[in-house]
Every structure is written in C-alpha cells, then in structure tokens.
Design a protein around this ligand. Structure first.
Ligand code: FAD
Length: 417
C-alpha cells in the first residue's frame, strides 16, 4: 500500500480501466469515475479486435477480474466530475453521481424488465434495438446490475419495484455529490464518432443502408441486434457488395482535419467480417491512403490478398439510393485509373472519424486545437483516445504511463502531508 492521496481517473473505457488497475495494483487508492452505467467504453461494443481478430470480451473479462480482486478501486458509474480545484498532490474534486435506482441486491433475474411497460432505444446497439426502461446495459456489464432510465417511466409506475423479488429496485434514490482529496487526475474520457450526417452527399441519415463503422461492429457482434449476421438494415437481406468509404470526416478541413488513426485497420477488420460470413460477397474500399503503421501492415497485406476485396484510391463524391429497393450507387473518382465510376452496392459503411470527448474535463486540463487533451500540467495526465486517436494496445500503454506519472504525485503528496 502506498501512503498518500488517491488518484482520480475520469472515464472507465479500456484506457481508464487500465490506468486505475495499474495504479491500484501498485498499491495506490483510486477513484474511477465513469459517465455511463457500465465500464468498458467503446471497446465493449466491438465485435472483434484487429489485428488478431479476437473478441474484446476476453480482455474485458480479465480487467473485470482484476477489478473485483482489488479493494483499492472505488468505481462510480453514472458519475461526472463537476468541480476541480487545487494543484498536483492536493486536488479537491467534486463528483456528481446520478441514481441508478437499482441496488447491489440485484441478481440480474430480469423480472423487473419483464414487468416494465416502457421502452428505450438501446444505446449499446446505437439505437438498432430497444430495451425496457429498466435494463441491463449488456451481458458483461459492470456493475452487474440493472439500471432504470427514470425519465421514461410512466407517471406513478413502480412495476419494476413490485416485480423484483429481492427488493433491489429503489425508485426513491437521489443524486449524490461526493468530494475527494486526490493527488492527480487522469483523463481517459475517450472518443465519439464524428457525426456522419454533417458530411454532405454520403446519404447518412437518408438511406438506412448507409451505416457507420460502429454500427457495423454491432451488426457483426453475436450479442448485437441481428445476432451477429451482417444484414441490410432496410430489408434484412444479406449484402452481396459492401463498399467502405474511408476518411468519412477525417483528413478534411471542413470536418476533422486530422487522421483518425484507427479507421483503416477497422475497415480491414470489417472487410474480414463480411468475407467470413459471405464467401461470395465482394468488398470495395474507397481510400485516400491506407494507413496501417507498424505490425498492422501485415494485417493489411493479409486482407488485401483476398481477391474479393478491392481497393480503389479515390474520394467518394456522393451516394444515391434507389428508394424502391434500397440499393445504393457510389459515385467516386478512381484516381489511379483516371476515371469516374458508379459502383452499385447493397450496403455502404462510412469509416467515421474519432472526436475527442474532452468537454467534461476540468477547465485546468490543457486541450489542443482539435480539443484532444494534452500534457503540460503537473498532476493532470491524459490517456487513450481523449489524448489522441489510437488503437487499444497504444491506449493501454499510454494509460500505464499515465498511472506511473500520477503515482509520482501520490508519493509526493504523502511526503508533503
Ligand atoms: C470502428 C472502430 C473500430 C475499432 N476497432 C478496434 C480494434 O479492432 N482494435 C483496436 O485496437 N482498436 C480499435 N478501435 C479503437 C478503439 O476503439 C480505441 O482504441 C479505444 O476505444 C480507446 O479507449 P478509451 O478508453 O481511450 O476510450 P473509450 O472507449 O471511448 O472510453 C472512454 C470512456 O470514458 C467515458 N466518459 C466520457 N466522458 C466522460 C466524463 N466526462 N466523465 C466520466 N466518464 C466519461 C465514456 O463513457 C467511456 O466509457 C476501433 C475504433 C473504431 C472507430
């Protein structure tokens, strides 16, 4: 056990969980604050990880096991930092914790959801399916309990509380404010997808068969809305030709001027999903450059060796839909062959870029011109995609480094009282 104040970690995705676990396993107290009702962040919603194509549930399960075994980590979900003052070694942090309305007595029996009359779009499936207003966020959700989305409850309804055999539903819970003295803060608040509806001409929001790369992860996931079958949202038909549009928002002065770093490898991975489900299907990837640095180049070569996966260098100008069939026509320039083309596709996947989620960080946290959290202030350390676009292994490495920096503040805080 290291003497000194705790570390505050903001964000319970892979980066925040890693930072919290590394610091706690080194002997430090940690307060882990997560906005959502569950830990895991974006990767909990992925089907498989590139480059190994293994399920993220393995890594998540290992982290949850480490978390359960470590009494030094206090996890607050549905929580957000609302105030931070002080300096390295001696911060005062105020955290707002929203009521979950379900206590630790929950056994996940699900009787509450059976009794619930109200529905909500399932945020875990990006709205592709629905849950009841009392719901389990997903099968591996931590904390392992249901949560009530109270604003959706019909007036006076307490059906969930009445149905619960364990008395675990408490609809009278109130929001709490908690104050912590902490030595350092790690910002691991992650990323959100760029809003593809802002990109003119690509048909997002107009055609159901133009989806984002995040939606494709859910369509391919066994615990997703289609049970893991990649089907066209408009008619549930198996796609024969899937087109990927790279840099949907990224590397574009009108949208995100920077490269989002992970989208090329993500599309290659998703091309593999399509090809493994449909041996006759074709995949066409429209790209500016394929960016797969380091060992990811081997992954690119492996996917590119499939003759049913074609790469066309060129920016997509616009996508039209035949309203009668939902079929799509992708209009693009093939730069290397010097011609315009119109490709018929059943499904288009937009490789939407990464937008840092730093709006909830304390004002003292430095951010750059694109609003990624930066280094530069003692006691405040960024990690994961809140800092820069990066894949899981880089996020984990960076989070480990941030935990070490924060530990320095803890040790100093012990020496200075
Ligand atoms: C389509 C796609 C596919 C991908 N596939 C892969 C892959 O196969 N392999 C790979 O290595 N990488 C992949 N990535 C990249 C991967 O998603 C990121 O590396 C990873 O999500 C980074 O984790 P993170 O913890 O930094 O952020 P996140 O996963 O975004 O987690 C951040 C957490 O912080 C919480 N949060 C946000 N704001 C606050 C706040 N104010 N207070 C408290 N909590 C907050 C969020 O709710 C979330 O739980 C993919 C990316 C995309 C776009």
């Amino acid at each position: 056990m290291i003497a000194g104040k705790p570390i505050l970690v903001l964000g319970g995705g892979i980066a925040g969980m890693t930072a919290a676990l590394e610091a706690a396993e080194a002997g430090c107290e940690v307060v882990l604050v997560e906005k959502a009702p569950y830990l895991g962040g974006r990767v909990a919603k992925m089907n498989l990880y590139f480059p190994k194509l293994c399920p993220p549930s393995c890594g998540l399960e290992i982290n949850l096991k480490r978390l359960r075994a470590n009494p030094r980590i206090q996890v607050l979900t549905q929580a957000e930092l609302i105030e931070l003052s002080g300096s390295a070694g001696d911060f005062t942090a105020t955290v707002k914790v929203a009521p979950r309305y379900v206590t630790a007595a929950c056994t996940r029996c699900g009787f509450c959801a059976e009794a619930c009359p109200a529905e909500r779009p399932d945020e875990f499936n990006y709205g592709l399916s629905k849950t009841k207003a009392v719901y389990l966020p997903h099968a591996m959700a931590w904390p392992e309990r249901y949560v009530v989305e109270r604003p959706l409850c019909p007036p006076g309804c307490a059906a969930c509380a009445q149905a619960c055999p364990y008395g675990a539903v408490d609809l009278h819970q109130q929001e709490e404010r908690r104050t912590f003295q902490v030595a350092a803060v790690i910002a691991a608040t992650g990323w959100a997808p760029y809003n593809a509806a802002r990109i003119e001409g690509l048909g997002y929001g107009e055609s159901k068969n133009v989806v984002t790369n995040l939606v494709l992860e859910r369509l391919a996931a066994p615990n997703g809305p289609t049970g893991g079958k990649i089907l066209r949202p408009s008619d549930g038909r198996a796609p024969r030709l899937v087109a990927f549009v790279q840099c949907a928002g990224s590397r574009d002065e009108n949208h995100l001027p920077y490269c989002s770093g992970v989208c090329c490898a993500a599309s290659l991975k998703q091309a593999a999903y399509v090809r493994s489900q449909y041996p006759d299907a074709r995949v066409v990837v429209f790209y500016i450059d394929i960016r797969t640095s380091g060992r990811l180049e081997d992954f690119y070569s492996r996917i590119a060796a499939d003759t049913n996966v074609q790469f066309i260098k060129g920016k997509v100008a616009h996508i039209d839909e035949d309203p009668a069939t939902g079929d799509l026509v992708v209009h693009a320039e093939d730069i290397l062959r010097g011609k315009q083309l119109a490709l018929h596709a059943d499904l288009v996947v937009l490789a939407t870029g990464i937008v840092p989620q730093t709006q909830g960080l304390p004002a003292a946290f430095p951010v750059d011109e694109y609003r990624f959290a930066g280094n530069g202030k003692a006691g405040l350390y960024p990690a994961g995609c809140a800092h820069r676009p990066e894949e899981v292994s880089a996020s984990v490495q960076e989070a480990t480094g941030a935990a070490l920096k924060a530990l320095h503040c803890v040790v100093r805080s012990a020496h200075h009282g």
